[in-house]
Design a protein around this ligand. Structure first.
Ligand SMILES: [Zn+2]
Ligand SMILES: [Zn+2]
Ligand SMILES: [Zn+2]
Length: 447
Protein backbone atom coordinates (compact mmCIF):
# COMPACT_ATOMS: atom_id res chain seq x y z
CA UNK A 1 0.00 0.00 0.00
CA UNK A 2 2.85 2.43 0.76
CA UNK A 3 4.06 2.00 -2.77
CA UNK A 4 0.59 2.87 -4.02
CA UNK A 5 0.32 5.89 -1.72
CA UNK A 6 3.61 7.28 -3.02
CA UNK A 7 2.31 6.82 -6.50
CA UNK A 8 -0.66 9.11 -5.95
CA UNK A 9 1.45 12.12 -6.79
CA UNK A 10 3.37 10.56 -9.67
CA UNK A 11 1.63 12.04 -12.66
CA UNK A 12 3.15 12.02 -16.10
CA UNK A 13 2.20 14.87 -18.41
CA UNK A 14 1.74 14.33 -22.12
CA UNK A 15 2.28 17.73 -23.74
CA UNK A 16 3.56 20.92 -22.10
CA UNK A 17 4.36 21.12 -18.35
CA UNK A 18 1.46 21.97 -16.04
CA UNK A 19 2.10 23.83 -12.77
CA UNK A 20 4.89 21.97 -10.98
CA UNK A 21 4.38 18.74 -12.93
CA UNK A 22 7.45 18.65 -15.09
CA UNK A 23 7.60 14.96 -16.07
CA UNK A 24 6.59 15.51 -19.66
CA UNK A 25 6.61 13.19 -22.63
CA UNK A 26 5.09 13.71 -26.06
CA UNK A 27 3.79 10.24 -26.89
CA UNK A 28 1.56 7.68 -25.21
CA UNK A 29 4.17 4.99 -25.82
CA UNK A 30 6.67 6.91 -23.65
CA UNK A 31 4.33 7.04 -20.65
CA UNK A 32 5.75 4.62 -18.09
CA UNK A 33 2.87 3.39 -15.94
CA UNK A 34 5.15 1.72 -13.39
CA UNK A 35 6.82 4.96 -12.37
CA UNK A 36 3.84 7.22 -13.16
CA UNK A 37 0.54 5.38 -12.85
CA UNK A 38 -1.55 8.44 -13.79
CA UNK A 39 -1.35 10.79 -16.72
CA UNK A 40 -2.44 14.35 -17.43
CA UNK A 41 -2.99 15.44 -21.01
CA UNK A 42 -2.07 19.01 -21.84
CA UNK A 43 -2.48 19.21 -25.59
CA UNK A 44 -4.88 20.84 -28.01
CA UNK A 45 -8.38 19.28 -28.15
CA UNK A 46 -8.14 17.44 -31.48
CA UNK A 47 -4.86 15.77 -30.54
CA UNK A 48 -6.27 15.06 -27.09
CA UNK A 49 -9.07 12.93 -28.56
CA UNK A 50 -6.55 10.89 -30.53
CA UNK A 51 -4.47 10.34 -27.39
CA UNK A 52 -7.50 9.36 -25.31
CA UNK A 53 -8.54 6.78 -27.90
CA UNK A 54 -4.99 5.47 -28.09
CA UNK A 55 -4.77 5.08 -24.31
CA UNK A 56 -8.13 3.35 -23.87
CA UNK A 57 -7.30 0.94 -26.70
CA UNK A 58 -3.88 0.12 -25.27
CA UNK A 59 -3.80 -3.24 -23.43
CA UNK A 60 -1.12 -1.98 -21.03
CA UNK A 61 -2.52 1.44 -20.18
CA UNK A 62 -6.29 1.37 -20.71
CA UNK A 63 -7.25 1.03 -17.04
CA UNK A 64 -4.98 3.81 -15.71
CA UNK A 65 -6.33 7.17 -14.50
CA UNK A 66 -6.23 9.80 -17.25
CA UNK A 67 -7.01 13.50 -16.73
CA UNK A 68 -7.21 16.47 -19.06
CA UNK A 69 -6.48 20.17 -18.82
CA UNK A 70 -8.94 21.21 -21.51
CA UNK A 71 -12.26 19.77 -22.64
CA UNK A 72 -12.47 18.01 -25.99
CA UNK A 73 -15.17 16.07 -27.78
CA UNK A 74 -14.26 12.77 -26.12
CA UNK A 75 -12.76 13.96 -22.83
CA UNK A 76 -15.99 13.53 -20.86
CA UNK A 77 -16.39 9.94 -22.01
CA UNK A 78 -12.82 8.66 -22.13
CA UNK A 79 -10.97 10.60 -19.43
CA UNK A 80 -11.36 10.37 -15.66
CA UNK A 81 -11.93 14.09 -15.31
CA UNK A 82 -10.05 17.37 -15.34
CA UNK A 83 -7.31 19.01 -13.34
CA UNK A 84 -9.80 20.08 -10.65
CA UNK A 85 -10.87 16.48 -9.83
CA UNK A 86 -7.49 14.92 -10.30
CA UNK A 87 -5.98 14.86 -6.80
CA UNK A 88 -9.19 13.59 -5.28
CA UNK A 89 -9.86 10.87 -7.85
CA UNK A 90 -6.38 9.43 -8.39
CA UNK A 91 -6.11 7.78 -4.92
CA UNK A 92 -9.47 6.02 -5.17
CA UNK A 93 -8.83 4.70 -8.67
CA UNK A 94 -5.29 3.50 -7.87
CA UNK A 95 -6.39 1.88 -4.59
CA UNK A 96 -9.11 -0.03 -6.35
CA UNK A 97 -6.98 -0.95 -9.35
CA UNK A 98 -4.58 -2.52 -6.86
CA UNK A 99 -7.41 -4.74 -5.58
CA UNK A 100 -8.42 -6.05 -9.00
CA UNK A 101 -8.14 -9.73 -9.55
CA UNK A 102 -6.94 -10.12 -13.11
CA UNK A 103 -7.64 -13.27 -15.05
CA UNK A 104 -5.26 -14.08 -17.90
CA UNK A 105 -7.72 -14.14 -20.80
CA UNK A 106 -10.27 -11.47 -20.04
CA UNK A 107 -13.60 -11.70 -21.73
CA UNK A 108 -15.53 -8.52 -22.72
CA UNK A 109 -17.54 -8.37 -19.51
CA UNK A 110 -14.41 -8.78 -17.40
CA UNK A 111 -12.76 -5.83 -19.12
CA UNK A 112 -15.81 -3.64 -18.57
CA UNK A 113 -15.84 -4.54 -14.88
CA UNK A 114 -12.11 -3.91 -14.43
CA UNK A 115 -12.46 -0.52 -16.00
CA UNK A 116 -15.60 0.69 -14.33
CA UNK A 117 -15.51 -0.71 -10.79
CA UNK A 118 -12.46 1.32 -9.67
CA UNK A 119 -14.26 4.52 -10.73
CA UNK A 120 -17.04 5.50 -8.35
CA UNK A 121 -17.99 8.37 -10.67
CA UNK A 122 -18.27 6.00 -13.61
CA UNK A 123 -20.87 6.34 -16.40
CA UNK A 124 -20.84 5.02 -19.94
CA UNK A 125 -21.99 7.93 -22.07
CA UNK A 126 -23.22 7.71 -25.63
CA UNK A 127 -21.83 10.21 -28.13
CA UNK A 128 -23.74 11.34 -31.17
CA UNK A 129 -22.00 11.66 -34.49
CA UNK A 130 -23.15 11.67 -38.09
CA UNK A 131 -20.31 9.23 -38.76
CA UNK A 132 -21.96 6.48 -36.74
CA UNK A 133 -24.45 4.48 -38.72
CA UNK A 134 -26.72 4.17 -35.70
CA UNK A 135 -26.30 7.83 -34.76
CA UNK A 136 -24.87 7.06 -31.33
CA UNK A 137 -21.92 5.08 -30.16
CA UNK A 138 -20.24 4.40 -26.82
CA UNK A 139 -16.62 5.37 -27.46
CA UNK A 140 -15.38 3.85 -24.21
CA UNK A 141 -16.77 0.42 -25.08
CA UNK A 142 -15.55 0.77 -28.66
CA UNK A 143 -12.02 1.37 -27.34
CA UNK A 144 -12.06 -1.35 -24.70
CA UNK A 145 -13.79 -4.02 -26.77
CA UNK A 146 -13.50 -3.11 -30.45
CA UNK A 147 -15.99 -4.95 -32.63
CA UNK A 148 -17.54 -6.76 -29.67
CA UNK A 149 -18.77 -3.55 -28.06
CA UNK A 150 -22.37 -3.69 -29.17
CA UNK A 151 -23.01 -7.30 -28.25
CA UNK A 152 -21.09 -6.90 -24.99
CA UNK A 153 -23.26 -3.96 -23.97
CA UNK A 154 -26.47 -5.96 -24.18
CA UNK A 155 -24.87 -8.89 -22.36
CA UNK A 156 -23.52 -6.55 -19.68
CA UNK A 157 -27.07 -5.32 -19.10
CA UNK A 158 -28.52 -8.87 -19.06
CA UNK A 159 -25.95 -9.85 -16.44
CA UNK A 160 -26.46 -6.78 -14.22
CA UNK A 161 -22.97 -5.54 -14.89
CA UNK A 162 -24.24 -2.27 -16.33
CA UNK A 163 -27.56 -0.68 -15.46
CA UNK A 164 -29.40 1.68 -17.80
CA UNK A 165 -29.37 5.20 -16.37
CA UNK A 166 -30.64 8.45 -17.80
CA UNK A 167 -32.48 8.27 -21.12
CA UNK A 168 -30.50 10.38 -23.56
CA UNK A 169 -32.48 10.03 -26.77
CA UNK A 170 -34.96 7.88 -28.63
CA UNK A 171 -34.03 6.88 -32.15
CA UNK A 172 -36.05 5.51 -34.99
CA UNK A 173 -33.93 3.12 -36.97
CA UNK A 174 -34.31 1.47 -40.35
CA UNK A 175 -36.00 -1.90 -39.91
CA UNK A 176 -33.60 -3.51 -42.36
CA UNK A 177 -30.11 -2.17 -41.61
CA UNK A 178 -30.74 -0.33 -38.30
CA UNK A 179 -29.30 2.85 -39.78
CA UNK A 180 -30.43 6.15 -38.30
CA UNK A 181 -29.99 8.30 -41.39
CA UNK A 182 -33.53 8.48 -42.61
CA UNK A 183 -35.32 10.98 -44.81
CA UNK A 184 -39.01 11.58 -44.28
CA UNK A 185 -40.99 12.62 -47.34
CA UNK A 186 -44.74 13.10 -47.82
CA UNK A 187 -46.28 11.53 -50.89
CA UNK A 188 -49.52 11.36 -52.86
CA UNK A 189 -51.75 8.60 -51.43
CA UNK A 190 -52.97 7.73 -54.93
CA UNK A 191 -49.81 7.47 -57.01
CA UNK A 192 -46.99 7.75 -54.41
CA UNK A 193 -45.49 10.71 -56.25
CA UNK A 194 -43.53 13.12 -54.06
CA UNK A 195 -44.56 16.00 -56.34
CA UNK A 196 -47.37 17.30 -54.14
CA UNK A 197 -48.33 20.79 -53.07
CA UNK A 198 -50.12 22.28 -50.14
CA UNK A 199 -52.62 24.61 -51.82
CA UNK A 200 -55.84 26.17 -50.61
CA UNK A 201 -58.77 24.91 -52.66
CA UNK A 202 -62.23 26.31 -53.36
CA UNK A 203 -65.56 24.50 -53.56
CA UNK A 204 -68.26 26.35 -55.52
CA UNK A 205 -71.70 25.97 -53.86
CA UNK A 206 -73.58 26.78 -57.03
CA UNK A 207 -72.25 24.03 -59.32
CA UNK A 208 -70.17 21.96 -56.90
CA UNK A 209 -66.88 22.45 -58.76
CA UNK A 210 -63.69 21.98 -56.71
CA UNK A 211 -60.21 23.15 -57.69
CA UNK A 212 -57.17 25.12 -56.52
CA UNK A 213 -57.90 28.68 -55.50
CA UNK A 214 -55.67 29.98 -58.37
CA UNK A 215 -58.07 28.56 -60.92
CA UNK A 216 -60.93 30.61 -59.41
CA UNK A 217 -58.98 33.88 -59.42
CA UNK A 218 -59.59 35.95 -62.48
CA UNK A 219 -58.24 39.52 -62.58
CA UNK A 220 -58.25 39.75 -58.83
CA UNK A 221 -61.80 38.54 -58.28
CA UNK A 222 -62.94 35.06 -57.43
CA UNK A 223 -65.16 33.52 -60.02
CA UNK A 224 -66.09 29.90 -60.74
CA UNK A 225 -64.46 28.75 -64.00
CA UNK A 226 -67.35 26.31 -64.60
CA UNK A 227 -70.54 28.27 -63.89
CA UNK A 228 -68.99 31.78 -63.94
CA UNK A 229 -70.71 32.72 -60.67
CA UNK A 230 -68.86 35.36 -58.72
CA UNK A 231 -67.99 33.93 -55.32
CA UNK A 232 -68.10 36.65 -52.68
CA UNK A 233 -68.82 35.17 -49.29
CA UNK A 234 -67.24 32.11 -47.74
CA UNK A 235 -69.95 29.90 -46.23
CA UNK A 236 -72.57 31.38 -48.60
CA UNK A 237 -71.11 31.11 -52.12
CA UNK A 238 -68.25 28.73 -51.49
CA UNK A 239 -66.17 26.97 -48.84
CA UNK A 240 -62.73 25.44 -48.54
CA UNK A 241 -62.53 21.69 -49.12
CA UNK A 242 -60.72 19.59 -46.50
CA UNK A 243 -58.48 18.29 -49.26
CA UNK A 244 -55.67 20.78 -48.85
CA UNK A 245 -53.10 18.89 -50.88
CA UNK A 246 -52.98 18.33 -54.57
CA UNK A 247 -50.75 16.02 -56.59
CA UNK A 248 -49.02 17.49 -59.62
CA UNK A 249 -48.52 14.06 -61.03
CA UNK A 250 -52.03 12.54 -61.00
CA UNK A 251 -54.02 15.68 -60.00
CA UNK A 252 -55.64 13.93 -57.05
CA UNK A 253 -56.69 16.11 -54.11
CA UNK A 254 -56.37 14.73 -50.62
CA UNK A 255 -56.59 15.68 -46.95
CA UNK A 256 -53.41 14.21 -45.49
CA UNK A 257 -50.21 13.26 -47.25
CA UNK A 258 -48.87 9.96 -45.91
CA UNK A 259 -45.20 10.12 -44.87
CA UNK A 260 -42.64 7.60 -46.09
CA UNK A 261 -39.28 7.03 -44.45
CA UNK A 262 -36.39 6.26 -46.78
CA UNK A 263 -33.15 4.92 -45.34
CA UNK A 264 -30.04 6.66 -46.66
CA UNK A 265 -27.92 3.62 -45.95
CA UNK A 266 -29.82 0.79 -47.61
CA UNK A 267 -32.52 2.64 -49.57
CA UNK A 268 -35.42 0.79 -47.93
CA UNK A 269 -38.69 2.74 -48.10
CA UNK A 270 -40.92 2.10 -45.10
CA UNK A 271 -43.73 3.65 -43.15
CA UNK A 272 -42.59 5.60 -40.06
CA UNK A 273 -44.56 3.10 -37.94
CA UNK A 274 -42.32 0.30 -39.20
CA UNK A 275 -39.13 1.95 -37.97
CA UNK A 276 -37.52 0.29 -34.97
CA UNK A 277 -37.75 2.47 -31.88
CA UNK A 278 -34.49 2.37 -29.98
CA UNK A 279 -33.90 4.18 -26.69
CA UNK A 280 -30.39 5.49 -26.06
CA UNK A 281 -29.30 5.39 -22.44
CA UNK A 282 -26.28 6.15 -20.45
CA UNK A 283 -25.20 3.29 -18.20
CA UNK A 284 -23.98 3.08 -14.66
CA UNK A 285 -22.35 0.38 -12.62
CA UNK A 286 -24.36 -2.75 -11.78
CA UNK A 287 -23.96 -5.21 -8.95
CA UNK A 288 -21.94 -7.79 -10.83
CA UNK A 289 -19.04 -5.37 -11.44
CA UNK A 290 -17.75 -5.69 -7.90
CA UNK A 291 -17.82 -9.50 -8.02
CA UNK A 292 -15.87 -9.65 -11.24
CA UNK A 293 -13.40 -6.99 -10.14
CA UNK A 294 -12.56 -8.80 -6.92
CA UNK A 295 -12.84 -12.40 -8.07
CA UNK A 296 -11.55 -12.33 -11.63
CA UNK A 297 -13.58 -13.52 -14.57
CA UNK A 298 -17.36 -13.69 -14.65
CA UNK A 299 -17.29 -16.93 -16.66
CA UNK A 300 -18.04 -20.04 -14.70
CA UNK A 301 -16.11 -22.99 -15.96
CA UNK A 302 -18.18 -26.07 -15.55
CA UNK A 303 -16.24 -29.28 -15.12
CA UNK A 304 -17.96 -31.17 -17.90
CA UNK A 305 -16.19 -34.42 -17.30
CA UNK A 306 -18.90 -36.75 -18.42
CA UNK A 307 -19.82 -37.85 -21.90
CA UNK A 308 -18.04 -36.16 -24.76
CA UNK A 309 -17.43 -32.46 -24.05
CA UNK A 310 -17.65 -30.41 -27.20
CA UNK A 311 -16.79 -26.80 -28.00
CA UNK A 312 -19.43 -24.38 -29.22
CA UNK A 313 -17.79 -24.22 -32.66
CA UNK A 314 -18.21 -27.92 -33.29
CA UNK A 315 -21.74 -28.34 -32.03
CA UNK A 316 -23.62 -27.27 -35.21
CA UNK A 317 -21.41 -29.51 -37.32
CA UNK A 318 -22.18 -32.50 -35.12
CA UNK A 319 -25.91 -31.74 -35.16
CA UNK A 320 -25.85 -31.60 -38.94
CA UNK A 321 -23.99 -34.89 -39.14
CA UNK A 322 -26.32 -36.66 -36.72
CA UNK A 323 -29.31 -35.26 -38.62
CA UNK A 324 -28.12 -36.56 -42.00
CA UNK A 325 -27.51 -39.98 -40.51
CA UNK A 326 -30.88 -40.00 -38.88
CA UNK A 327 -32.64 -39.06 -42.10
CA UNK A 328 -30.90 -41.89 -43.88
CA UNK A 329 -30.95 -44.64 -41.27
CA UNK A 330 -33.74 -43.57 -38.91
CA UNK A 331 -33.57 -43.62 -35.11
CA UNK A 332 -34.18 -41.04 -32.42
CA UNK A 333 -31.86 -38.28 -31.28
CA UNK A 334 -32.75 -35.42 -29.00
CA UNK A 335 -31.23 -32.07 -28.17
CA UNK A 336 -31.57 -30.85 -24.61
CA UNK A 337 -31.02 -27.32 -23.36
CA UNK A 338 -30.46 -26.54 -19.70
CA UNK A 339 -30.66 -22.85 -18.89
CA UNK A 340 -29.66 -21.54 -15.48
CA UNK A 341 -32.13 -18.74 -15.91
CA UNK A 342 -31.24 -16.55 -12.95
CA UNK A 343 -27.54 -17.28 -12.71
CA UNK A 344 -26.71 -13.57 -12.76
CA UNK A 345 -28.66 -13.01 -9.53
CA UNK A 346 -27.23 -16.12 -7.91
CA UNK A 347 -23.71 -14.91 -8.69
CA UNK A 348 -24.45 -11.58 -7.12
CA UNK A 349 -25.95 -12.99 -3.95
CA UNK A 350 -23.38 -15.78 -3.43
CA UNK A 351 -20.30 -14.21 -4.97
CA UNK A 352 -18.55 -15.80 -7.93
CA UNK A 353 -16.38 -18.23 -6.02
CA UNK A 354 -19.24 -19.75 -4.05
CA UNK A 355 -21.50 -19.81 -7.09
CA UNK A 356 -18.78 -21.64 -9.00
CA UNK A 357 -18.33 -24.22 -6.19
CA UNK A 358 -22.01 -24.95 -5.91
CA UNK A 359 -22.64 -25.14 -9.60
CA UNK A 360 -19.71 -27.51 -9.90
CA UNK A 361 -21.51 -29.68 -7.35
CA UNK A 362 -24.72 -29.43 -9.35
CA UNK A 363 -22.94 -30.46 -12.55
CA UNK A 364 -21.42 -33.46 -10.76
CA UNK A 365 -24.87 -34.64 -9.80
CA UNK A 366 -26.12 -34.09 -13.31
CA UNK A 367 -23.35 -36.28 -14.59
CA UNK A 368 -25.00 -39.35 -13.07
CA UNK A 369 -28.07 -38.86 -15.25
CA UNK A 370 -26.28 -38.96 -18.56
CA UNK A 371 -24.34 -41.56 -20.47
CA UNK A 372 -20.84 -41.68 -21.90
CA UNK A 373 -22.30 -41.36 -25.38
CA UNK A 374 -24.15 -38.14 -24.67
CA UNK A 375 -22.49 -35.03 -25.97
CA UNK A 376 -22.38 -31.97 -23.74
CA UNK A 377 -21.47 -28.42 -24.59
CA UNK A 378 -21.25 -25.36 -22.38
CA UNK A 379 -22.84 -23.04 -24.90
CA UNK A 380 -22.49 -19.95 -22.73
CA UNK A 381 -22.05 -19.08 -19.11
CA UNK A 382 -25.57 -20.14 -18.23
CA UNK A 383 -26.60 -22.49 -21.04
CA UNK A 384 -25.69 -26.16 -21.43
CA UNK A 385 -26.62 -28.00 -24.58
CA UNK A 386 -26.67 -31.77 -24.79
CA UNK A 387 -27.05 -34.10 -27.70
CA UNK A 388 -28.67 -37.28 -26.42
CA UNK A 389 -28.16 -39.94 -29.03
CA UNK A 390 -30.63 -42.81 -29.37
CA UNK A 391 -33.06 -41.03 -27.09
CA UNK A 392 -36.55 -40.14 -28.17
CA UNK A 393 -38.18 -37.02 -26.87
CA UNK A 394 -40.72 -39.29 -25.12
CA UNK A 395 -38.26 -40.30 -22.43
CA UNK A 396 -37.03 -36.80 -21.79
CA UNK A 397 -39.91 -36.05 -19.44
CA UNK A 398 -38.37 -38.46 -16.95
CA UNK A 399 -34.98 -36.85 -17.36
CA UNK A 400 -36.38 -33.40 -16.96
CA UNK A 401 -38.01 -34.23 -13.65
CA UNK A 402 -34.78 -35.70 -12.38
CA UNK A 403 -32.84 -32.63 -13.43
CA UNK A 404 -35.22 -30.26 -11.70
CA UNK A 405 -34.77 -32.12 -8.41
CA UNK A 406 -31.01 -31.62 -8.66
CA UNK A 407 -31.36 -28.01 -7.66
CA UNK A 408 -31.42 -28.92 -3.96
CA UNK A 409 -27.68 -28.30 -3.58
CA UNK A 410 -27.22 -26.21 -0.47
CA UNK A 411 -27.18 -22.55 -1.36
CA UNK A 412 -28.63 -23.11 -4.82
CA UNK A 413 -32.28 -23.26 -3.73
CA UNK A 414 -32.93 -20.03 -5.57
CA UNK A 415 -31.36 -21.22 -8.83
CA UNK A 416 -33.96 -21.79 -11.52
CA UNK A 417 -33.25 -24.50 -14.06
CA UNK A 418 -35.17 -24.39 -17.31
CA UNK A 419 -34.95 -27.65 -19.23
CA UNK A 420 -36.19 -27.93 -22.81
CA UNK A 421 -35.82 -30.61 -25.45
CA UNK A 422 -36.22 -30.71 -29.20
CA UNK A 423 -36.10 -33.76 -31.40
CA UNK A 424 -33.59 -34.03 -34.21
CA UNK A 425 -33.18 -34.07 -37.19
CA UNK A 426 -32.66 -30.46 -38.17
CA UNK A 427 -35.08 -29.92 -41.10
CA UNK A 428 -33.34 -30.46 -44.40
CA UNK A 429 -33.84 -26.88 -45.59
CA UNK A 430 -32.21 -25.36 -42.50
CA UNK A 431 -28.65 -25.17 -41.34
CA UNK A 432 -28.01 -26.46 -37.84
CA UNK A 433 -26.54 -23.23 -36.55
CA UNK A 434 -29.66 -21.20 -37.45
CA UNK A 435 -31.93 -23.90 -36.09
CA UNK A 436 -30.02 -23.85 -32.81
CA UNK A 437 -29.98 -20.07 -32.58
CA UNK A 438 -33.71 -19.83 -33.23
CA UNK A 439 -34.34 -22.39 -30.50
CA UNK A 440 -32.08 -20.53 -28.07
CA UNK A 441 -33.88 -17.28 -28.79
CA UNK A 442 -37.18 -19.03 -28.06
CA UNK A 443 -36.08 -20.46 -24.72
CA UNK A 444 -33.51 -18.07 -23.31
CA UNK A 445 -34.83 -14.63 -22.60
CA UNK A 446 -33.67 -12.37 -19.82
CA UNK A 447 -36.14 -10.19 -17.98
ZN1 LIG B 1 -69.55 26.95 -60.04
ZN1 LIG C 1 -50.70 11.48 -57.38
ZN1 LIG D 1 -31.58 0.86 -44.00
Amino acid sequence: MTRVAENYTKVQVIGDPVQDMMDCVDKVSLWDIDSHPSVLLNVEPSRQDELLVEIRCDDMRRLQPVFCVVKSKLSDVLADGYLGDMWERIPQVLDRLALLHFSPHPESLDLIAWYCWPRSYFHVHPVWSAEYQKGYSYPLLDCLLGGEAELALSRAVDHHLLVPGKLIDRLRLCRVCHGSRINFVDVCPECNSIDIHLKPGVHCFICGYVDDQDVFMQSGIMQCPKCSTRLRHIGVDYDRPLERYSCLSCYARFIEAPVKARCHDCGEIQSPDDLTVSPVHEFTLGKLARQIALEGSHMLHLPLTWGAPLTVDHLPWLMQWVSSNQRRYGGDNTMMMIWLSNLAEVKISLGLTKAQERITELVKRMQKLFRETDVVCQYSDDVLILLLSHTSDKVWEVLRNRISTLGDVEGLEQLKLIVEVKALPVPEDQIAEDWLKAWLAEVVHYE
